[in-house]
Design a protein around this ligand. Structure first.
Ligand code: SF4
Length: 79
C-alpha cells in the first residue's frame, strides 16, 4: 500500500533559528543571515506576518531549507 501525502496550501508558520545555545535540548543551526550580520533579527517565518525571502521550505523532520545569500529558486512559483 502506497502512503498518501497531501500538499496543503496556506500553512501559517512560525519558524526561526534564533534560540540561544543551551536553552533547548536539541541541536539547532544558526541562521546564516543572522551570522553574517551578527544579529538575531531575521526569522524564517513569522506567523501572520512574513516569510523570509530566503526561506525554501521545510524538510521532514525539522530541517529548514535556506538559500541565503542566493536568490530564492522558488520565488517565481510563490508569486
Ligand atoms: S530562511 Fe534562512 S536566511 Fe531566512 S531567516 Fe531562515 S535561516 Fe535565516
Amino acid at each position: 500500500m502506497t502512503p498518501t501525502i497531501q500538499k496543503l496550501k496556506g500553512a501559517n508558520m512560525d519558524i526561526d533559528l534564533t534560540t540561544p545555545a543551551g536553552t533547548i535540548s536539541w541541536q539547532q543551526d544558526a541562521c546564516p543571515w543572522n551570522v553574517a550580520e551578527n544579529t538575531q533579527e531575521h526569522f524564517c517565518a513569522v506567523k501572520n506576518v512574513s516569510i523570509c525571502r530566503y526561506f525554501c521550505g521545510v524538510e521532514y523532520l525539522d530541517s529548514l531549507l535556506c538559500c541565503y545569500p542566493n536568490p530564492n529558486p522558488f520565488k517565481k512559483r510563490a508569486d
